[in-house]
Design a binder for this molecule. Structure first.
Ligand SMILES: Cc1cc2nc3c(=O)[nH]c(=O)nc-3n(C[C@H](O)[C@H](O)[C@H](O)COP(=O)(O)OP(=O)(O)OC[C@H]3O[C@@H](n4cnc5c(N)ncnc54)[C@H](O)[C@@H]3O)c2cc1C
Length: 507
């Protein structure tokens, strides 16, 4: 954690206090939680609030990735990046706002951006602090947790904790691909990118997934020259291809340079102390020299060094193996969050934490498969998704309805760029199977479809929802109305049932 300024010091005081003394262990815990990221914290807090005797073990910082090196710092940077973009002359001009001196007078104080981020992160940290958890009655241990038996966990190999149930919440770490030379150059991952205090002139990002794209947009809008190198044929390969294409166009318009389908030849240090990426693309050899290299090529579950074998917990390189109730191969040990889920998101770590508390301690049968899972890429525009993609539905019978949001009044008055709402419905029914939204408010808008899918509210009912005018949510309502139009036989079919007066009115 650097720099060690007043804000980071305040953060550490909350999530890894220097003077912390591990408590004397209780003879037996109802629940021991290993890892205090979003998943571990929610599990521990919920269990303690419901009266369980809980021990929580964290080897680094309470709050885990989300608070310290993930969601919170990245969203704080993106907020500044959005304002930086809005303040540029070309952007303001289209709204009739003149900045004296034009673009020349607009500059980003990167040092302030990072200080702001550290300040906000330290503020938010109160919720994840040792003090808060002690207040809830949780025994907080700082040290490395390791299973030494099916019901026994040690802290730093010294303190022994006995438990009836346990929860593995050790999260995931940045995956670093085996690129020739990478290990010999200084590079950053999400672990270290938020320690920067000066803006790199040229920044190369390896990987064009959500994290790679979010950080590319932020740094570009702060003023760096940004290149993104991606081995897959397309950036954002997991996303709906149309959504990915819209975002890619927006990122390119920001000035980010993408190279996809590349093969790295080598990464090496130059004589001038820079980092040179050499790669092949489209049959040609290319090289880019940069000041900072960010590796954002996915995440790998933290399964090593946790003593899973001693606990009788099965795992693969993708993570801890769980059943639908989040139990591992040891029925008294459960897992939550990134260490066991394909959906590596804070809201899923938290949700699985709630489920594990119920299942492990209160005989619950909460199932993962009963949940409807949304996610968002927080670029501008945002991409939000829930449920199935078109590719997931191949071989089954479904319909897809898409409506561009740019034609809606609110998007026009606000000057939003291109976007759309897309839903997939089971064929000949209005059951919504999946939704993708691209737009400035996509992350907020996706909750409507998440609830609709979870509560089994069909497209017909959503189309009857009254959306306030003018809001971007109107696009969601009218996308669902496309289902009605189709079931009425399309516009042509509609016209057939119309009276002559209505037909005339339609013309
Ligand atoms: C740059 C970035 C941006 C992101 N943005 C978003 C976002 O906007 N929205 C979103 O939903 N998700 C986002 N994520 C993903 C999100 O951060 C993770 O899904 C979430 O943090 C997972 O929580 P977790 O509790 O499973 O794991 P973690 O947060 O990784 O916590 C695991 C904890 O376990 C500790 N630990 C590991 N091994 C041991 C051990 N043996 N003993 C004791 N402690 C141990 C670790 O130190 C860590 O603190 C982002 C991730 C990154 C990297």
């Amino acid at each position: 954690m650097a720099p060690l300024d007043v804000h980071n010091q305040a953060l550490l005081d909350k999530v890894h206090p220097f003077k912390h003394v591990n408590p004397k262990p209780a003879p037996m815990y109802n629940l021991v939680v290993v890892g205090a990221g979003a998943g571990g914290l929610v599990t521990a807090a919920q269990a303690a609030k419901r009266g369980a005797k809980v021990a929580l073990i964290e080897k680094e910082l309470l709050g885990g990735d989300c608070l310290n090196i993930g969601c919170v710092p990245s969203k704080a940077l993106l907020a500044c990046a959005k304002h930086a973009h809005m303040a540029t002359h070309s952007h303001c001009k289209s709204y009739g706002i003149n900045i004296k001196g034009g673009d020349a007078s607009t500059s980003v104080d990167f040092s302030h951006v990072m200080t702001r981020m550290r300040k906000l992160r330290a503020e938010i940290a109160s919720n994840d602090s040792v003090k808060r958890f002690q207040g809830l009655g949780v025994d907080v241990f700082i040290g490395c947790g390791k299973f030494v038996g099916p019901h026994k966990v040690t802290v730093n190999s010294k303190i022994e904790l006995n438990c009836k149930k346990a929860c593995i919440a050790t999260g995931a770490s940045a995956f670093v691909p085996p690129i020739p030379g990478l290990a010999d150059v200084p590079y950053r991952t999400n672990q270290t990118i938020f320690n920067l205090t000066s803006l790199p002139k040229v920044r190369v990002g390896v990987g064009a997934g959500p994290i790679g794209c979010e950080m590319a947009q932020a740094f570009r809008r702060f003023g760096s020259e940004v290149h993104v190198l991606e081995a897959m044929p397309q950036p954002l390969a997991r996303e709906d291809p149309d959504a990915a294409a819209l975002l890619l166009a927006a990122l390119k318009a920001d000035g980010i340079r993408f190279q996809s389908g590349i093969k790295f030849d080598a990464i090496e240090k130059t004589d001038g102390g820079r980092i040179c990426c050499r790669f092949t693309n489209d049959g040609g050899s290319h090289s880019i020299a940069c000041d900072e290299l960010l590796v954002a090529t996915g995440r790998r579950a933290n399964v090593n060094g946790v003593g899973l074998e001693a606990a009788g917990v099965k795992f693969t390189r993708h993570g801890v193996t769980i059943d639908d109730c989040l139990a591992t191969s040891n029925p008294d040990i459960f897992a939550v969050g990134d260490v066991c889920l394909r959906e590596k998101f804070t809201h899923m770590a938290g949700e699985t934490g709630l489920m594990v508390c119920q299942n492990a301690l209160f005989g619950g049968k909460e199932t993962f498969s009963s949940r409807t899972i949304p996610w968002v890429t927080y670029t501008q525009p945002e991409i939000a998704h829930v449920g199935c993609y078109e590719r997931d539905l191949e071989g089954s019978k479904f319909h897809t309805f898409t409506l561009k949001s740019d034609h809606f009044d609110r998007c026009i008055t606000d000057g939003c760029g291109p976007g759309f709402v897309r839903i997939h419905t089971r064929r000949d029914t209005d059951e919504i199977l999946g939704a993708t939204i691209v737009g400035d408010q996509a992350g907020e808008m996706i909750s409507l479809f998440t609830l609709a899918m979870h509560a089994k509210i069909g497209a017909k009912k959503v189309s009857q929802m009254i959306a306030p005018y003018p809001t971007q949510s109107e696009t969601s309502k009218y996308t669902c109305n496309q289902y009605n139009i189709r079931s009425w036989g399309g516009w042509d079919g509609l016209k057939k049932t119309h009276t002559p007066a209505m037909k005339a009115a339609l013309l």
